[in-house]
Design a binder for this molecule. Sequence first.
Ligand SMILES: Cc1cc2nc3c(=O)[nH]c(=O)nc-3n(C[C@H](O)[C@H](O)[C@H](O)COP(=O)(O)O)c2cc1C
Length: 176
Amino acid sequence: MKVLIIYGSIEGQTRKIARFMEEVLQEENHPTVISNATEDPPSPDKFDVILIGSSIHLHKYNSAVKSYVTNHSDILNSKPSAFFSVCMAVASSIPEEHEEAAKIAQDFLDETGWKTNTVWQIAGALRYTQYDYFKKLTMRMIAKKQGGATDTSKDHEYTDWGKVKRNVLEFVGINT
Ligand SMILES: Cc1cc2nc3c(=O)[nH]c(=O)nc-3n(C[C@H](O)[C@H](O)[C@H](O)COP(=O)(O)O)c2cc1C
């Protein structure tokens, strides 16, 4: 089964997750192509399964991912495909934050015309060491409200790698 993974990432966590998915699939002998949405990604038509992911920044997904999905929605709707959404809200202890993340994902699907039923909500990372002064302050404030880490001297990763692996393997298994 040929798998295509497309991702959009600002600080690298979604890219790390996409690469991890690639490794998981290659280990199971599924030929997998991975591409950054900003770097002339291949069309989904030659692939059997398509996984597309983006991080959320300021309540929005990556614009290159959004264009890709909009431009290929017909093909995506004709094949098994899954959307992985990466953000910090799903690591929050506040239920409304989870609802907000789910709404952002649903709005994205509605706006692009992509009718996938498979959406994985994945907790991302706080990359304090990569943020500039103001971003660090803002993210620390948001993290404090959400119950996340506030030590800005290092990065904090919230991704549940076991769950990512289980989701990908289950999805490929269901569709073989
Ligand atoms: C400037 C900025 C804005 C963000 N906005 C949101 C947001 O609106 N909702 C959310 O849940 N997470 C938000 N996050 C958290 C990111 O989604 C999280 O750090 C993710 O791991 C980033 O993935 P990436 O490295 O692939 O871009 C934001 C992070 C930054 C730095």
